[in-house]
Design a protein around this ligand. Structure first.
Ligand code: CMP
Length: 139
C-alpha cells in the first residue's frame, strides 16, 4: 500500500550541503517528498521528538547535536514508505550500514548519522503530526 513516513536530514548533512544528495537518494528509492521544510529545532522540540530516548545515556548529546544546526524535516510517500525509507537509510551505525545506503555513503558516526526515519506506521503518524500541519502536506 502507498503510505507515508517521516524523515529528518540531520545537522551533519545540512552542514555539508548534502540536502539535495540525500533527497535524491530518497527519490531514487521510490519515495516522493510531499512536505519539506528547513528548521532549526529548539531544545524543547528535540527533547519532545526524542522523548522515547529520555533515559538513554546519549540523550543529552543527541539533543545538543540535533539543535546544533539546521535540519530538513520531510514527509515521504510511497509503496511501504517506512520500510523503503529504512532500507535506503541503512543501519543506525554507519559502520554496520550496507553499501549504497545513505548512512554508509554520508554518515560521520552513530550520532551524526545524517538521517532519521520513522520505525513504524504508528510512529510515522505521530512524528508527522509533531512537525507538520495537515495543510503543509501536498500529496
Ligand atoms: P535516530 O534514528 O534519529 O534515532 C535516535 C538517534 O539517537 C539515532 O538516530 C542516533 O542518531 C542516535 N543514537 C543512537 N544510538 C546512539 C548511541 N549509542 N550514541 C549516540 N547516539 C546514538
Amino acid at each position: 500500500a502507498v503510505t507515508r513516513t517521516f524523515s529528518i536530514i540531520k545537522p551533519d548533512a545540512t552542514r555539508r550541503n548534502l540536502t539535495g544528495a540525500v533527497t535524491k537518494m530518497l527519490e531514487d528509492a521510490g519515495l516522493r517528498v510531499v512536505a519539506s521544510k528547513r528548521i532549526h529545532m529548539t531544545k524543547d522540540q528535540a527533547e519532545g521528538f526524542y522523548a522515547v530516548h529520555k533515559e538513554r545515556p546519549f540523550f543529552g548529546e543527541l539533543v545538543d547535536f540535533m539543535t546544533s544546526g539546521p535540519v530538513v524535516v520531510q514527509v515521504l510517500e510511497g509503496e511501504d514508505a517506512v520500510k523503503r525509507n529504512r532500507d535506503i537509510m541503512g543501519a543506525t551505525n554507519p559502520a554496520d550500514a550496507a553499501d549504497g545506503t545513505i548512512r554508509k555513503t554520508f554518515a560521520e558516526s552513530i550520532e551524526a548519522n545524517s538521517v532519521h526515519g520513522s520505525d513504524s506506521d504508528e510512529n510515522a503518524a505521530i512524528e508527522i503530526d509533531f512537525f507538520f500541519d495537515k495543510d503543509e502536506i501536498v500529496g
